[in-house]
Every structure is written in structure tokens, then in C-alpha cells.
Ligand binder design. Structure first.
Ligand SMILES: [Zn+2]
Length: 334
């Protein structure tokens, strides 16, 4: 009898697991929720501030999986003590401010408006150095994958660390589901990253090397939280169709600096009308947005915040860890 009930119990557990695995990523489906919070820590140039060059963000799943998004110039190389264990590195584009053509020597070097990022990493990059040193995984499609494989190999890692992932597909890394979504931008590798003969030829015509499309990302954490990372995007119908309707993003981290990406008005439109998340973090605003951790009036970040009425706007202050539950509610550090 006891044996039968154990068998019955394992059948029930297996059936429940199958149902959970079948649940769609979208918030319209049944959401597989578990407890725990996702920890998000911006790794900017200046402790406690949101500064001009800030790109990097660290995500930690309740199960311990740690994901670094856009190492950029403000992570002081693979030995930056803020990094710790890194399981996955995500890269939105190979532009210098994201891949890290040069980096800060130490956190707080220079000012928030003009961080001192003078340690040269090109022709390799901060991103490849971190992937190699941390033995991390990275995901990219087509040409960008091959470009990164070569860089990681040159940095002492293995090309096998870079797995294929393109728009439409998903991968699972330590319990976190990762999907790539389109970005409206460009993704050329500049001459600084190329071998000398190719760089010389391309420079003559003012061209960069083609490395495929940029990456935006959807991260679905094990507590059910769905996060959208916009990359350097403008307004895009994908933010309505793919990011909201299919993936059901609940927390959006959106670039809002203008000129190179959406500005505050465009980013606010994406949030209010297209993505409609439960909370938002402005990103990549290319300015010293805070002083003493407080938002400076008249900044682009302040403009963006004033245009978001219905949901909380959380500032990405460097080194401050924010914790989100499975419904995108900030329960600590905001
Ligand atoms: Zn950028």
C-alpha cells in the first residue's frame, strides 16, 4: 500500500512538472510562480549614483544564477570585486559603450558626468575578458556569435562558451529563461576591434564590419518575474507584439537618453502605450542623473519619470541592490 502511494505521488509530481513546463512565457498563460526575489544591482561608475556611462547591471535569480548585462566601461575588468561569480554575460551591441572598448580603472574615478574610463581594452573588450575569466556562458546569433567567439578565444577562453541564440528562440541558463528580442539600432564593429589590414580598408570608406542585429532580451526568472532589457532601441512595434503580448514583460529596463536611442518622451510612450509593465527602470540616459542618490531636476531621467504616471519608476543607483518579487514589486532596496 505504502509503495503504491509513493508511486501515485511521483506520478502526480511528474504531471505537475509537465503542466508547469507547458505554461507559456506570456503573462496571459498560467504563471509558474515560486518564492524568492530577483536581485538587480547596477554596476555604474560611481557608488550610489546614476551616471553618464552606466550600462552594466547584475541580475541574480533566487536559485543563485548570476547574469551580467552589458559590462560596458564602468565594470573595472574581470577583477572588479563587484562581479563575483558570473554565469551568463549578455551583450546588446558591440558598440564601445556596451562591449567595453575601454574601462574605468577603479570605481568612482573621474566624475559622474565625466567618468575616467581610460584603461584600453580594444582590440579586445571588457565583455570578452569577463566571459573568459569567469568561464561564463554568452548567447548571440550569427555574425555576432562568431565575432564574440574569436574575442573570447583571444582573451584566453573557449569559443564554446558562446552559444547560438536568435530572435524567436529561447535558452535556459540555470533556471532563467533567456530570449532575444529585436532592437531598432545598428551593430557594426568599429575599426578599433578589427585586424589592422581590414581596419585600414574599412576606415578609408568610413565603414564598420557587419556583425548582425543588436540584441534586446527577455529574462524569465524562476520566481516568475519577466524582465525586458531594451538595448539601444527606439520605439518599436515589437515592444507591443513581442515584449508585451507574447512574453508579458512585467519589469522594463529601457534606454531613454535620446540621440542614440529613444529619448525620455519616446521611452515613456513605449512604456505607457506599448509594453505596459508593472514597473520600470530608466537606463542609458547619458548624463549625471543623480547627486547624493537623488534625481537632479531638469535631467532627461527626471523628464522620463514625470511622464510615467501609472507605475513605479526605480532609479538604477550603482551598487544598490533592488529586490523584485514574481510580480515586479520592489520589496527591498528601492
Ligand atoms: Zn549605447
Amino acid at each position: 500500500m505504502k509503495r503504491i502511494s509513493i508511486v501515485m505521488a511521483s506520478v502526480a509530481v511528474a504531471a505537475a512538472a509537465t503542466i508547469a513546463a507547458m505554461a507559456p512565457a506570456s503573462s496571459h498563460g498560467v504563471k509558474a510562480m515560486s518564492s524568492g526575489t530577483v536581485k538587480i544591482t547596477p554596476l555604474g561608475s560611481h557608488d550610489g549614483e546614476f551616471c553618464r556611462r552606466d550600462r552594466a547591471m547584475l541580475f541574480e535569480d533566487p536559485n543563485g544564477t548570476r547574469i551580467l548585462y552589458d559590462a560596458g566601461r564602468t565594470v573595472a575588468g574581470p577583477n572588479d570585486p563587484r562581479l563575483g561569480k558570473i554565469d551568463v554575460v549578455l551583450l546588446s551591441s558591440v558598440h564601445g559603450d556596451h562591449i567595453g572598448d575601454r574601462v574605468i580603472a577603479n570605481v568612482n574615478a573621474g566624475t559622474c558626468a565625466k567618468p575616467k574610463t581610460n584603461v584600453k581594452m580594444a582590440p579586445n573588450s571588457n565583455t570578452a575578458a569577463i566571459i573568459a575569466s569567469k568561464k561564463a556562458k554568452a548567447y548571440a546569433g550569427g555574425e555576432m556569435r562568431n565575432f564574440l567567439r574569436a574575442k573570447v578565444k583571444a582573451a584566453g577562453g573557449s569559443p564554446k562558451q558562446i552559444d547560438v541564440l536568435r530572435f524567436g528562440g529561447q535558452r535556459k541558463a540555470g533556471g532563467v529563461r533567456i530570449a532575444i528580442v529585436p532592437v531598432t539600432h545598428s551593430n557594426g564593429a568599429g575599426p578599433a576591434f578589427l585586424n589592422k589590414s581590414l581596419a585600414t580598408e574599412l576606415k578609408k570608406d568610413g565603414l564598420t564590419a557587419y556583425v548582425g542585429p543588436d540584441n534586446g532580451f527577455i529574462l524569465t526568472f524562476s520566481n516568475g518575474l519577466v524582465v525586458y532589457l531594451s538595448g539601444d532601441s527606439g520605439i518599436s512595434a515589437e515592444q507591443d507584439v513581442t515584449v508585451r503580448r507574447f512574453y508579458g514583460a512585467e519589469l522594463a529596463i529601457i534606454n531613454a537618453g535620446g540621440i542614440f536611442t529613444s529619448g525620455p518622451e519616446e521611452a515613456a510612450f513605449s512604456i505607457n502605450a506599448l509594453i505596459r509593465p508593472k514597473a520600470v527602470i530608466p537606463h542609458h540616459t547619458n548624463e549625471a542623473a543623480t547627486k547624493g542618490g537623488k534625481l537632479i531636476p531638469g535631467t532627461k531621467t527626471a523628464k522620463f519619470k514625470s511622464l510615467i504616471k501609472a507605475i513605479p519608476v526605480h532609479l538604477p543607483l550603482s551598487g544598490r541592490t533592488m529586490e523584485f518579487d514574481g510580480n515586479a514589486k520592489c520589496v527591498k532596496g528601492c
